[in-house]
Design a protein around this ligand. Structure first.
Ligand code: GDP
Ligand code: IMO
Ligand code: MG
Length: 428
């Protein structure tokens, strides 16, 4: 069966580590949305790799990695990433494919991103400033440039006129903008010779590979609560990070997805603006941030930290059809006398067991906590569930119960080997 691995919270759940861990079971790893706003840190034998656009399966020789049509690609960011991982000994030759239908992040998308944030003032989303939102705006507005369009090297073809019109529209809309469309076109044309060998019809490639019996791991970026439709709108990213995005973002049928694994931290983090019901502002928030090293892999921003939010994870179970969880960073909670699990929200006089759609209501919600005893013995690096301290075992069992699905994986450290696999069936 194929498997979709995605974030069940607000991103940075440890998807990169889990995808890297599971990759040997698959022939292909395919990213379906987002762009270089993602930052996936993977440690192998103490060596650190940070992936943004390239799927986290790339560290395994012989595995083909796909950047699907649902992804937005900044060619310069892609080249920089290829160079960085090459310098660490990873060769992508012949095993990285980019969809000809993926949309291109143009140089001015980044500027528009920054300008839009400045206009929002206090209400800013806290984007990664990578131009992700404006690139998707052009895609949905039916004026975007796709990777395959870059093949047109002429001065007066479809690419040139699309760039000319887009730049003219931007100059009209944005005060003091005098961008030269010819420079934008020249930049795109320069990217093509390096991009061309990677570009193909990746939907067809997947179709043929799956028909030949190859297994595919679909890799999500961001997280369920950052999904453009199902997240805490408007404090979201601009793509479908939920499981449905795998079908539209790669050109495969929904039945090809197979099983769905949601990655969730043993607590909660969020980077950027928007409601986070279990956020801890005092010493405990700081304690989680420091022991979890909760600083963004893409932007270095401190992540907001809080207790595990079972309401949010139950919601992720529903909108993604999750079969199981991979619970990461259990070791970060080592040594705490008590741990809390949010099982419901209190909103005025009402107790809510389901995630509200309205973020004004969500922002007014107070978590209803269940307090559990912690554990003093370290869990870091433990590979068998039975070897976990009793308190940690009870905590995981409670998270499973409160989320409504089993934890097939429990991660006890950042390295590949720091992992407990409790249920092989979900991963078969
Ligand atoms: P992603 O965006 O979902 O791939 O997650 P990030 O890579 O942005 O953030 C997760 C961070 O936690 C990375 O630095 C990982 O190396 C680290 N990590 C993953 N699993 C564990 C774990 O079980 N324990 C600890 N201590 N760190 C972990
Ligand atoms: P990974 O894949 C955490 C957040 C940004 C901001 C919002 C919109 O590493 O989990 P954008 O630049 O996408 O328009 O920003 O989404 N965000 C992430 N937060 N992890 C990510 O990716 C994120 N990608 C975007 O902080 O709040
Ligand atoms: Mg990340």
């Amino acid at each position: 069966m194929n498997l979709c691995v995605l974030g069940a919270q607000w991103g940075d759940e440890g998807k990169g580590k889990i995808v890297d861990l599971l990759t040997p079971r698959f022939s292909i790893v395919a990213r379906y949305q987002g762009g270089h706003n993602a930052g996936h840190t993977v440690y192998v034998g103490g060596q650190k790799f940070v992936l943004h656009l390239i799927p986290s399966g790339i560290l395994h020789e012989g595995v083909t990695c796909i950047i699907g049509n649902g992804v937005v690609v900044d060619p310069h960011a892609l080249f920089a990433e290829i160079d960085t991982i090459a310098s660490l000994g990873i060769d992508i030759t012949g095993r990285l494919l980019v969809s000809d239908k993926a949309h291109v992040i143009l140089p001015y998308h980044r500027e528009l991103d920054v300008l839009a944030e400045a206009r929002r003032g206090e209400q800013k989303i806290g984007t990664t400033s990578r131009g992700i939102g404006p690139a998707y705006e052009d895609k949905i507005g039916r004026r975007g440039v796709r990777v395959g369009d870059l093949a047109d090297q002429s001065n007066d073809g479809a690419l040139a006129s699309a760039v000319r019109e887009n730049v003219a529209a931007r100059n009209r809309l944005v005060a003091d903008s005098h961008l030269n469309w010819e420079n934008v076109l020249a930049d795109l044309r320069e990217s093509w010779p390096r991009l061309q060998p990677l570009v193909s019809d990746t939907s067809l490639y997947l179709h043929r590979s799956m028909r030949a019996g190859q297994r595919v791991l679909f890799e999500g970026a961001q997280g369920t609560l950052l999904d453009i439709d199902h997240g805490t709108y408007p404090y979201v990213t601009s793509s479908n990070s939920t499981a449905g995005g795998a079908a539209t973002g790669l050109g495969v049928g929904p039945k090809a997805i197979g099983r769905v694994l949601g990655v969730a931290k043993a607590y909660t983090t969020r980077v950027g603006g928007g409601p986070l019901p279990t956020e801890l502002h005092g010493d405990m928030g700081e304690r989680l941030r420091e022991s979890g090293q909760e600083y963004g892999a893409s932007t270095g921003r401190p992540r907001r930290c809080g207790w595990f939010d079972a309401v949010a994870v139950r919601y992720a179970v529903r909108v993604n059809g999750l079969d199981a969880l991979a619970i990461t960073k259990l070791d970060v909670l080592d040594g705490l006398p008590e741990v809390e699990v949010c099982t419901a929200y209190r909103c005025g006089t009402e107790i809510l067991s389901e995630m509200p759609s309205d973020i004004v209501q969500l922002a007014a919600c107070e978590p209803v906590y269940e307090t559990m005893p912690g554990w003093t013995e370290p869990t870091r690096g433990i590979t068998k569930f039975a070897d976990l301290p009793d308190g940690a075992q009870r905590y995981i069992r409670r998270l499973e119960e409160a989320s409504g699905i089993p934890a097939a994986i429990v991660s006890t450290g950042s390295d590949r080997d720091h992992t407990i696999i409790t249920d092989q069936t979900v991963l078969k």
